[in-house]
Write a new protein. Structure first.
Length: 225
């Protein structure tokens, strides 16, 4: 479930206000203390981002998606071939049922059911492997993107950044001027060029929630019979 991303900039701003309101000590000559600095203004701007679209649009996201396709496409093709073979057996049974013996029909029916069960197990194994690999890659990208979002929000005085990638998002309408997806993709690619060797990303701030993990478009799995 996608969660709203709320940055701790408001708390930081309140700390700055408290510091600014502390009067400076009098000078050695007894001169009056300097006038306190004006309190900092807490950020109030709100932005929206489609985190799924942002992750997949980055160079790292495109590279990860291509790698997943190359890794799992051979298994997918094998499953599709097996599914096609089962469909041919079903057609053969349907067309020849009037002339086949009961024993032959029963044997072919058992073969079809056995092949279907085996295919479903292997398709589920493929789905599980894809999900695991997806989670690993997308979490790596998401952690780095979270840092970009937090820095961008802090520098541009955003108090809240909302993720609208989920269709169940409570956001009914938002001005196009609040959309920062494109800016985040551009800044991410500048900070993390695809394919470059970079140091491991530092952990995000405890109060900043990482974006939801998203899957890149994966090859379709075999449909269950």
């Amino acid at each position: 479930m996608n969660k709203k991303v709320v940055f701790p900039v408001l708390a930081l701003s309140m700390a700055a206000v408290a510091a600014a309101q502390t009067a400076a000590p009098p000078t050695a000559g007894g001169a009056p203390a300097a006038k306190p600095a004006a309190p900092a203004v807490a950020p109030t701007r709100i932005a929206i981002i489609n985190i799924q679209q942002a992750i997949l649009a980055t160079g790292d996201g495109k590279k990860a998606s291509a790698e997943l396709q190359a890794k799992f496409n051979p298994r997918k093709s094998t499953l599709e071939k097996r599914n096609s073979d089962i469909q041919q057996m079903e057609d053969q049974l349907r067309k020849g049922s009037a002339t086949m013996s009961e024993e032959a029909k029963a044997r072919m029916t058992r073969d079809i059911e056995t092949n279907q069960k085996s295919l479903q197990r292997d398709a589920q194994d493929l789905n599980d492997d894809v999900d695991q690999e997806n989670g690993k890659l997308m979490n790596e990208i998401g952690t780095k993107m979270m840092q970009v979002i937090e820095q961008y929000a802090t520098q541009n005085a955003y108090a809240v950044v909302l993720d609208v990638s989920n269709q169940q998002s409570p956001i009914l309408w938002a001005s196009a001027s609040t959309e920062i997806t494109g800016d985040i993709v551009r800044l991410y690619d500048q900070a993390h060029p695809a394919g470059s060797a970079s140091a491991p990303a530092a952990p995000a701030a405890p109060t900043a929630r990482p974006p939801a993990v998203v899957k890149p478009p994966a090859a379709p799995v075999v449909k269950k019979q």
